[in-house]
Design a binder for this molecule. Structure first.
Ligand SMILES: [Zn+2]
Length: 277
């Protein structure tokens, strides 16, 4: 909750890519990885800079490229022969629109905070697989951070066995968390069935069937880029709520009890997948 409150606080101004608030969010994640004690995933450091040209919005005359950067840490696995997992969450959000700050507490300060908690857990007790902890920029501009990451990954792309993506994991309005992606990769199901059976909240599967329109979340967040690259994914998230992409997506709307349980379920899932894949 501390990380969610910080990232969604006024000083971060909604974390729009290329904005001062966006840069602050990026620096915050770098600092947290340093404090946790995980090394950078890239030779040059934690940051993977790229530029993104926002799509033209009707009524806008021009669009200048924005400076963006992913922030990625590495947690070495205990078995170097195994392929690599990528845990991810986007830290950018919508910024200020029409004079209104969009704090993005659930979307996606929540996923970023859980990503940092997973990184801490990995630092404390490493996984068998090496895990890259990727905080992506420019998701809101069209999954651009994940695209940049896969265009120049810190390990060969064919070494990446799984993406576990987190986007909006804190709002327990319905008391349930979804794990999407099993339709595309049914072999994930036994491990996640195990996790669901002992989960302290409802862990549901679905939202991944082609032809179901907006109910199919396959391309709704950064995991979509992994899917396009034929890399299996599990996406954790909640269904849209009335504060989705609104100035009212604030930290006080989050039930810390649900959020803590959701984080525990996601950690359990990552550990169980690590053990069984
Ligand atoms: Zn999001």
């Amino acid at each position: 909750m501390d990380d969610v409150r910080t990232l969604s606080s006024d000083g971060f101004d909604g974390r729009r890519t290329g904005s001062e608030g966006g840069r602050k969010a990026r620096a915050f994640v770098v600092d947290r990885f340093k404090t946790i004690g995980l090394p950078p995933a890239f030779e040059g450091g934690y940051e993977q800079p790229f530029t993104v040209t926002p799509k033209l919005v009707p009524g806008q005359s021009g669009s200048t490229p924005l400076e963006a950067a992913n922030v990625v840490a590495r947690c070495a696995g205990t078995d170097a022969s195994l392929p690599v997992f990528v845990a991810s969450a986007h830290f950018d959000h919508l910024g200020v629109r029409n004079g209104q700050r969009h704090p993005g507490a659930d979307d996606n300060a929540s996923g970023t905070a859980v990503l940092l908690a997973l990184a801490q857990a990995c630092r404390d007790e490493p996984f068998r697989h090496t895990v890259l902890f990727a905080a992506f920029d420019a998701e809101e501009l069209g999954l651009e951070g994940a695209r940049a990451f896969l265009a120049a990954p810190p390990v060969p792309r064919d070494r990446i066995a799984l993406n576990v993506n987190l986007d909006m994991v804190a709002r327990g309005d319905k008391g349930e968390l979804y794990a999407a992606g099993l339709y595309h990769t049914p072999s994930l199901k036994p491990a996640l069935d195990e996790v669901a059976a002992r989960a302290p909240i409802a862990l549901r599967f679905g939202h991944d069937r082609p032809g179901t329109g907006h109910d199919d979340w396959t391309m709704q967040s950064d995991h979509g880029r992994f899917h396009q690259a034929k890399i299996p994914f599990v996406y954790f998230g909640v269904e849209d709520h009335p504060d989705y992409h609104k100035p009212s997506d604030t930290a006080d709307k989050i039930d810390p009890q649900f959020f803590g349980k959701a984080a525990a379920v996601i950690l359990d899932a990552l550990r169980t997948l690590d053990r069984t894949r």
